[in-house]
Design a protein around this ligand. Structure first.
Ligand SMILES: NC(=O)c1cnc(N)c2cc(Br)sc12
Length: 323
């Protein structure tokens, strides 16, 4: 009996340590989108806790990760292949570089080129797939070819339509972001709870979208701006500007500031205006996206190994950290 009592005490201390360790890692992994430990280490430790809790059920506490509501806290989200890769984008850091990019591009084209100019939202890429007008899959970019399935999570985002007004088979892509106000509220709450805060809205959005427990995602006030229709020619769409209007008509959130620019001066004016507005926007932006407006011409220009030739990101200078 004495030995059994002693074993129980040792087990109790071990369980407390494991719960603290796992919850610490879990917060870092899922909330800050900054994993500090390999999955196999997490999984091994998780199994140790499961074994101890099986041997001593009275040691199970509500905050134990084995009691987490929703999916198992260990491991990853299911993987999703992207037949059409979710590419990133080249970037430039000055108007001169932007002009060089446009001139090089236009040198290879024998017609005048119009551009669609849009804000570069500071969030994470999101793909939404609909079958017969019903949302069937939401996924992240991942490495561009293999992303993560976040379908249950995107269903909790108010701006993501569960069904479309027409029974279309369609994929759209865009950005999932956390509005600045939601970010401030979330971090204030985490401070109050003694939980680590998020470094910026992009990390907060990534940590909130890439959750295994969609109830957590539901509480994070995520939002979206969609900006790409896959295979737009299927819907009789000829330009990027039309694609945005088409998505808006289907009920997607699209950014209202996009313009068509026939020349660089118009783009320059847009950049100046949006830079002035930046702090007053309800969401973070980290630049401007300049795209060839004509979709057939985009196809013709194609992509390099890593990035499209037909779009470029003009990045704002890094913001001086606000005290
Ligand atoms: N408007 C757009 O096309 C746009 C906005 N925000 C972003 N973070 C990105 C990223 C790529 Br890749 S495109 C794009």
């Amino acid at each position: 009996a004495e030995q059994a009592k002693n074993d129980h005490e040792v087990a109790a201390a071990k369980v407390r340590d494991l719960v603290t360790q796992l919850n610490g890692w879990r917060t870092q992994y899922y909330d800050q989108d900054a994993p500090t430990v390999e999955d196999h280490v997490y999984d091994e430790t998780y199994r140790q806790l499961q074994d101890l809790e099986a041997a001593y059920p009275d040691l199970i506490t509500p905050e134990s990760p084995t009691q987490a509501v929703g999916g198992t806290p260990s491991g990853d989200l299911p993987k999703v292949p992207h037949p059409i890769p979710m590419l990133s984008m080249g970037d430039v850091f000055s108007l001169t570089e932007l002009k060089d990019w446009a001139q090089r591009l236009e040198a290879g084209v024998d017609t005048p080129v119009a551009y669609n100019v849009e804000l570069k939202i500071d969030g994470l890429s999101l793909s939404l797939v609909y079958e017969q007008g019903r949302l069937v899959q939401g996924s992240t970019r991942g490495n561009g070819r293999i992303g993560e399935d976040v379908t249950a999570n995107v269903r909790t985002i108010a701006s993501v339509p569960q069904t479309l007004p027409e029974p279309l088979d369609i994929e759209v892509r865009g950005e999932c972001y956390m509005p600045k106000a939601a970010f401030a509220t979330l971090n204030a709450q985490r401070e109050a709870d003694g939980a680590p805060t998020f470094a910026n809205p992009r990390n907060a959005a990534a940590g909130s979208l890439r959750q295994l427990d969609s109830k957590v995602t539901a509480s994070r006030q995520l939002d979206t701006f969609m900006y790409t229709v896959i295979d737009p020619e299927r819907f009789g769409i000829a330009t990027q500007h039309e694609a945005l209007a088409f998505m808006a008509r289907l009920g997607f959130a699209t950014n209202p500031t996009a313009i068509v620019a026939e020349d660089l001066n118009t783009i320059d004016d847009y950049i100046t205006a949006q830079t002035a507005d930046r702090d007053s926007l309800a969401y973070g932006i980290d630049g401007i996206v300049v795209k060839v407006n004509d979709l057939a011409l985009q196809e013709e220009l194609g992509n390099t190994v890593k990035v499209p030739r037909w779009e470029i990101a003009y990045k704002f200078p890094a913001e001086i950290a606000k005290t």
